[in-house]
Design a protein around this ligand. Structure first.
Ligand code: GTP
Ligand code: MG
Length: 212
């Protein structure tokens, strides 16, 4: 077995073990104690953050999903491992034009403050819809993470929804953007929560980031 397969197998076992919803934090004062390493899932509304958490943890609906953008409105924490090894954090989406301005501002502040200041944050995943590629709100998020020197992985979602040619075009765009952003990992993950594509590799990457 290669080293990659070993870590994928370890990750698969870990994620098929204990996964528990811990708490939902609508404000910074409700964050859990920073006792464990954390991996944050961020991205535009409806990009598939909650679905990806379900796919990675192999649970059907531990994170709540919806066809309506704006489903996730708080920072939701999930604990992995028995005893706990790390946490996954499902975040509210950004770039959601239909929510009231005040609400959008509140989410934005919550997400930014968390991402910039969380001591135990080991890695952020920035999700990009394979159909849309990188849009201005994603650029804004990536630049903020660059400035805060928070390392992030770019993860393309919903790969099952596009033709191979379209997927290749979006991948090229995302790779080009990664080269321009100092805190972005050069390797892009291409995933489908629906079909399970890229999920084993992403689990292994998360485990690597936790132990880094
Ligand atoms: N075909 C397909 N649909 C997906 C995939 N991932 C997510 N979806 C769908 O996209 C919609 C939004 O998914 P969510 O996981 O709720 O997205 P989110 O980023 O958490 O959204 P907010 O919490 O509103 O910011 C749902 O209807 C999902 O079923 C995928 O890989 N393939
Ligand atoms: Mg969500």
């Amino acid at each position: 077995m290669t080293e990659t397969n070993d870590i994928e197998e370890e990750a698969r076992k870990l994620f098929s073990g204990r996964v528990d919803f811990l708490l939902s934090a609508p404000k910074l004062e409700f964050l859990p104690e920073p006792d464990f390493p954390e991996i944050a899932f961020s991205g535009r509304s409806n990009v598939g953050k909650s679905s990806l958490i379900n796919a990675v943890t192999n649970r059907r609906a531990i994170a709540r999903t919806s066809v309506t953008p704006g489903r996730t409105q708080e920072l939701n924490f999930f604990e992995i491992g028995e005893p706990t090894r790390f946490r996954l954090v499902d975040m509210p989406g950004y770039g959601f034009a239909k929510a009231p301005i005040k609400v959008v501002e509140r989410w934005k502040q919550l997400v930014r403050t968390y991402l910039r200041g969380r001591v135990v944050l080991k890695r952020t995943l920035v999700l990009i819809d394979s159909r849309h590629g990188i849009k201005p709100p994603d650029e804004e998020m990536m630049s903020m993470l660059d400035e805060a020197a928070v390392g992030y992985r770019l993860v393309m979602t919903k790969a099952d929804k596009v033709k191979a040619s379209e997927l290749a075009a979006t991948l090229a765009q995302v790779e080009a953007a990664a080269r321009k952003h100092t805190a972005a990992f050069p390797v892009i993950h291409v995933t489908s929560s629906e079909k399970g594509m890229g999920i084993a590799e992403l689990r292994a990457a998360i485990l690597n980031d936790i132990d880094a």
